[in-house]
Design a protein around this ligand. Sequence first.
Ligand code: PAF
Length: 280
Amino acid sequence: MKKFFDPIKLQKWSNEQRLAGKKIALVPTMGALHDGHISLIKAAKKKGADEIIVSIFVNPVQFGPNEDYDAYPRTEKEDAKKCSEAGATAIFFPTPQNMYLENHSVYVNEEILSSGFCGAKRPGHFRGVCTVVAKLFNITHPHIAVFGQKDFQQAAVICQMVRDLNFDTKIIIAPIVREKSGLAMSSRNNYLSPEEREKALCLSKSLQCAKTIIAEKKEISWKSLKTKISAIIEKAGLKVDYVEAANAKTLTPLMKVKKGDVILLAAFCGKTRLIDNAIM
Ligand code: PAF
């Protein structure tokens, strides 16, 4: 597995691979890799990628001033080992200094899909995500790029960016990977104490409960379902940040929920903000 630190060197290598007829996949991550990330590498392999580039970069631009940029887990050695074992052929560890040169002044803004949910709660977050993903696309020129459904809104925003800015990259969305307990895998689970981990199960349980109700009733008023979901989360001792239902394609908020719609939520478990979602 090759290791790159310099965007220019990676760009040169990636261009050479493309010219040699190789199919290039990019798996963008912020590191602290878990089985969810490994599933993205495997999805790239399944799509027939010859070169699988995993980027590991805790992107400062997508964190708000009071968020966990400094505390975000950084486990570079373990990450490199996991990437190599999972079949990645290159790993990219840039620094904030070589990703954002002095006086960096160009950002990418998606203006509709990023306005609600996490975008409303984390102003500037998707501007940071779109900017870094656009840069990673320009550095690696991937044929495909793989993202997780766990960040449902992020995936939708990136698909929109690719469409609107004519990126020549196919976006693959891989399903959420959950622990046996149901907890969606996340690098931020590293922050949780054993008791918090237990409490956090309410998130997947609440979504499972919503799924069961919708399977029975076919269509239900969002107000009453939202009350049920919020009650499950609050009873476990978490603080709801948002719970919303949306059309899974357009992310338009809904008054009535039915099969195929998505429920998105974020909640604080102690100091840790967790997100989860499920398509009904
Ligand atoms: O999902 C993530 O880990 C990040 O938001 C991403 C896509 C790697 C951009 O920094």
